[in-house]
Design a protein around this ligand. Structure first.
Ligand code: 3PG
Length: 306
């Protein structure tokens, strides 16, 4: 019988869990949950008999893959799969998938919330600013950025974007597409980062890009800490005391932000972007359905390690 392990250090909402269970039960699969675990050894133990795995930001490295003798498929219930060693999985013949778009509205809503919070000076009682009439610069134009564009339209913001791969879509959706990242940063009151932690995007938010920011700009990062060159960001914020950084991903050097940038930064204590009931249901159920479709029909539509 097919055995599915749902390993989520950050557990899904109860409603999502019950819908995942009913999807797996309808297919007559066995399943087990490893939720809120604190040590890797628990995961190494749980994965031993799994044919399939659903994870979130849980680390699936070579050691985990080596312990999973029967594993055929891993589905990352979410978008970014930088937590899975996709090459090691490929070498073992394990298919890795994500569930693109399923949690993107939740992340986009948080990005807009962070922009608003920053613009209102963290609700500190001092006079802030309004989103209306300001320009948001989308660094990347994937599912989350598209949702941000849709939402901020209602606030009366103008959207601009720098994208290499989705230019025609962005133009057709009414965004101003800039010719460079520097140009985007120079024209935006709020920059919202939406690129994955891969390839050319790693450390792409560098001093050389940041130095183009307008006065009083806010940088919102609901993507990954790796896309920002942290040392450059710290140096830049020391040099430009008007700029704020709002992130759903804690940087490595939180202490330096606390010491030097009082009132100019905010970090969620834990990655929260996709932590809504709706996103948990969408991504969790999609993951379970993709596993069923893979075993029943050989469907590899969302494979990311071909
Ligand atoms: C994603 O890549 O889908 C988001 O960062 C959500 O991650 P999470 O499932 O760990 O909340």
């Amino acid at each position: 019988m097919t055995n599915v392990l749902i390993a989520t250090q950050k557990s899904f909402a109860e409603k999502a869990v019950s819908q995942i269970v009913s999807t797996l039960e309808s297919a007559d699969y066995e399943y087990s949950f490893l939720e809120n675990y604190s040590s890797k050894s628990e995961l190494l133990d749980a994965v031993k008999t799994a044919d399939a795995m659903i994870v979130r930001s849980d680390i699936v490295d070579e050691e985990v893959l080596a312990a999973a003798a029967d594993l055929k498929i891993i589905v990352r219930a979410g978008s970014g799969y930088d937590n899975v060693n996709i090459e090691a999985a490929k070498a073992k013949g394990v298919v890795v998938m994500n569930t693109p778009g399923q949690n993107s509205n939740a992340v986009a809503e948080l990005a807009v919330g962070l922009a608003l919070y920053g613009l209102r000076n963290m609700f500190s009682g001092t006079s802030g600013g309004e989103l209306r009439g300001r320009t948001i610069g989308l660094h990347g134009y994937g599912y989350v950025a598209r949702n941000v564009h849709r939402i901020v339209h209602g606030f009366g913001m103008k959207s601009a974007v720098y994208t290499r791969y989705s230019k025609s879509q962005a133009v057709s959706e009414g965004l101003l597409v800039t010719g460079s990242l520097e140009e985007l940063y120079a024209m935006s009151d709020v920059v919202s980062i939406h690129v994955p932690a891969r390839g050319e995007h790693i450390a792409s938010v560098s001093f050389d890009v940041l130095k183009h920011l307008k006065n009083n700009a806010i940088v919102v990062n609901t993507a990954r800490k790796e896309v920002v060159n942290e040392e450059d960001l710290i140096n830049f914020m020391r040099f430009r005391p008007d700029v704020k950084y709002m992130a759903d991903v804690q940087p490595d050097r939180v202490d330096e932000f606390t010491k030097h940038f009082k009132g100019r930064f905010f970090f969620t204590p834990k990655k929260m972007g996709a932590q809504t009931i709706e996103a948990n249901i969408n991504a969790g159920v999609a993951a379970a359905e993709q596993i069923v479709s893979f075993f029943q029909n050989g469907d590899k539509t969302f494979q990311v390690n071909k």
